[in-house]
Design a protein. Structure first.
Ligand code: SAM
Length: 329
């Protein structure tokens, strides 16, 4: 298993999470465990890292990397060291359930670094990259039912066009969907390369030449989002994650897609609102209190130096918030 993932904006994530020794922090997207390692170092002695990933390869990798990190931690026996790292092969939408399973009532920090790891794109063999002739799978969780191949080969043309337009913001969504339906009438589309060739042929040459990205980039991203239901679960996850924080606890979300970032921004703003009574009400009847304070008025982007060293960081955006003390009225 070749895991090569350079964590994005580590310093920015650590400073917004404000990790301290003794903290209990959940990294909900372990991936190559770069952020998790940095967090684990900061919260010792005494802290607990809860790690989640829906990809079992990521869990295997993280478990080795984090155990190695703990080996050097002074003054703890093996059982104590093990109790400081709790890893779960699960979807982060189950965070509240996971915490109740291990008896953690509330957290000091939650991190979600959304999207794919470099390992998944380059080495998982699951067809995430249009550059590789791999089966059209795209499941982050190999136990999930639906693959990208199922969607491409069985969805009605309208549904395909919707996925490409909504999730990929692909201008030629309808045309690409029509070409896919025509191609699959002959034989099923089995590999990432076959699909990339169909998409490339469907995008008009003059438009493809103007794009800075491969003509299949947006379609592949859209399919991946649909297969893993990435946008559907994000909003509820944010609400649950904030509920799982102690007052003063922090949530940090790194996204790579404008639609994801919009969901984070909108939900944070909603949770920061106080009274939502109509403006013509003479007094407040809703008694609503802000749940969080947004720490990133402007979205945080990686510095040029980081993008230079790690071009995959280019589209990363970080938003963070702190849970407020709720005052009962
Ligand atoms: C960008 S990578 C994280 C990289 C990581 N922060 C690091 O430092 O290496 C995203 C990871 O999140 C996982 N993931 C994405 N959505 C998830 C979800 N809903 N539940 C659990 N894991 C998820 C993916 O499988 C992938 O391993």
């Amino acid at each position: 298993m070749v895991f090569r993932h350079t964590p994005v904006m580590v310093n920015e994530v650590l400073s917004h999470l404000n990790c301290k020794p003794g903290d209990q922090v959940a990294d909900c997207t372990l991936g190559g465990a770069g952020h998790a390692r940095a967090i684990l170092k900061r919260i010792q002695p005494g802290g607990v890292l809860v790690g989640i990933d829906q990809d079992s390869d990521a869990i295997r990798h993280a478990s080795a990397v984090l155990a190695m990190e703990m080996e050097t931690a002074p003054g703890m026996d093996m059982a104590t060291k093990q109790s400081r790292i709790r890893l779960f092969h699960d979807n982060f939408q189950n965070l509240p359930h996971i915490l109740s399973q291990i008896g953690i009532a509330s957290l000091d920090g939650v991190l979600a670094d959304l999207g794919l790891s470099q390992y998944q794109i380059e080495a998982s063999g699951r067809g995430f990259s249009f550059r590789q002739n791999e089966p059209l799978d795209m499941r982050m969780n190999a136990d999930a039912e639906t693959t990208a191949g199922d969607i491409v080969n069985a969805s009605p043309e309208k549904r395909l066009a919707w996925i490409f337009k909504e999730y990929g913001e692909e201008r030629w969504a309808g045309r690409i969907a029509a070409r896919i339906v025509a191609a699959r009438a002959d034989k099923s589309i089995r590999t990432a390369k076959e699909l990339a060739d169909i998409v490339e042929a469907a995008v008009p040459r003059r438009d493809a030449a103007k794009r800075k990205i491969h003509p299949a980039t947006k379609v592949f991203m859209a399919l991946r989002i649909a297969v893993n239901r990435e946008l559907e679960i994000l909003d509820d996850f944010i609400i649950d994650a904030v509920n799982c924080l102690k007052p003063g606890g922090r949530i940090c979300i790194v996204s790579f897609h404008s639609l994801e970032d919009r969901i984070v921004k909108t939900r944070f703003r909603e949770m920061e609102k106080a009274c939502v009574c109509p403006p013509d009400f003479p007094v407040c009847v809703c008694r609503r209190q802000p749940e969080i304070r947004i720490l990133t008025r402007k979205v945080v982007r990686p510095a040029e130096d980081e993008i230079h060293v790690n071009p995959m960081a280019r589209s990363a955006r970080l938003r963070a918030a702190e849970k407020l003390l709720t005052v009962s009225t």
